[in-house]
Design a protein around this ligand. Structure first.
Ligand SMILES: [Cu+2]
Length: 153
């Protein structure tokens, strides 16, 4: 009698354990994983800033010593103009390439995918403060800095 009670209790314990493992697996794969892989939640004012900061790649930018990215050390403010757009006004293809690989948690890796042909644009939405030094791949003497700052209000 006592031995059958023990094995019965053992069986119930085992079932409870299996149910617990099953439930936590379902929770982990069904709820926790998708949540943790999703993009971070970013305030609406940062996703849709009031304005866009424009950086021109000016005519003659290809020439060493000439102005290239204008403004060259640009400061964008979150919620105001954290959408930044580079426009190639020069008649030569250029890139916007980070000196060191960098990414934004929401927007992903920073940098133009390939060259910007004359007239083309590269746009990036920054969602957190950071400072990036970048350059043009075919013309490494072309360098610029973009700084993203928190809004003061
Ligand atoms: Cu260039």
């Amino acid at each position: 009698m006592s031995s059958s009670t023990t094995s019965h209790a053992y069986g119930v314990g085992l079932i409870a354990l299996l149910v617990a493992v099953g439930a936590s697996t379902i929770f982990y794969t069904g709820f926790y994983l998708p949540e943790s892989l999703a993009k971070p939640s970013v305030p609406e004012h940062i996703l849709k800033p009031e304005g866009t900061l424009i950086i021109d790649i000016v005519v003659g930018a290809v020439n060493e010593g000439a102005d290239n990215y204008v403004p060259n050390k640009a400061v964008a403010t979150l919620e105001q103009n954290n959408l930044v757009k580079w426009i190639n006004l020069d008649d030569t293809p250029h890139t916007v390439s980070p000196d060191h690989r960098t990414s934004d948690a929401y927007s992903g890796d920073f940098g133009s995918a390939g060259v910007l042909m004359p007239g083309e644009e590269y746009e990036f939405l920054f969602t957190a403060p950071q400072e990036i030094h970048y350059h043009c791949q075919p013309h490494p003497w072309m360098t610029g800095t973009i700084i993203i700052e928190k809004s003061r209000f």
